[in-house]
Design a protein around this ligand. Sequence first.
Ligand SMILES: [Zn+2]
Length: 281
Amino acid sequence: MRVLISCDMEGISGIVDWEQVTPGKSEWQRGRKLMAGDVNAAINGAFLGGASAVTVSDAHWNARSLELEALDARAVLHSGSPSPFSMLQGIDDAESDAGVGYDALVCIGYHAMAGAKKAVLCHTWSENVLNVWLNDMPVGEIGLNAAVAGHYGTPLIALSGDRAACREAQDLLGPDVEVAVVKQGTGRFAAECLPLPIAREKICEAVATAVARRKRGEGTPPFRVATPVRLAVEFKFPHQADRAFLMPGVDRVSGVKLEYVAPDMVMAMRAFRALTLLAGE
Ligand SMILES: [Zn+2]
């Protein structure tokens, strides 16, 4: 039972502001410690639930937010960027020579999609993306990553973040996704935060329960998106869409909205990352 833990930062216990999740800013070092605390609770939960191996994918910013020395030594860490799968680096291990994949995906410190209500630091990949759709279904980072994992037959079984992120995961993937609500957003830069020992206990428990259920063959199935995948991205400004439109094969739907048809979810995600990179500031 191999578990991949994707760890973002905006949904980490106690985090409420960019100042705490941006390298070089005043509260950055403090934010990293908080992040390591939540991910260690998840690693512990995975092993308590019966995992045989745990890999952590650093999923925030340049993927150098987690310090190896701060992590539970039972886990392996994917660090650094750009990597082929970004927030889910390692997910394609199923196709490695070893022939072993991940039986489950756990998302820690995740946040709600751009524009969500009472959602701490909500966004979708970039501050310049207003909306993303997969086959007309609105998605944020939770949906995008769940769909990439689904391509490999790996279900997203547990997620931690604020109430809005946890609700978004269950609305999209069903009530069987175990969630750990570590804070309740009262605004985009404000939240009621649980005490750390309680938040981490909730994370550990949610992950342990989800892994144990997965071992019994229960719980949420892989999130599979119908192929070909029609990806649509709405940017904040037309000049960003002007630049993203340079990608061959893209359709311009409006001043700010582009569409791209990809053969599968892995290619759709690569296209999404390329479009956001091209769009720039
Ligand atoms: Zn992030």
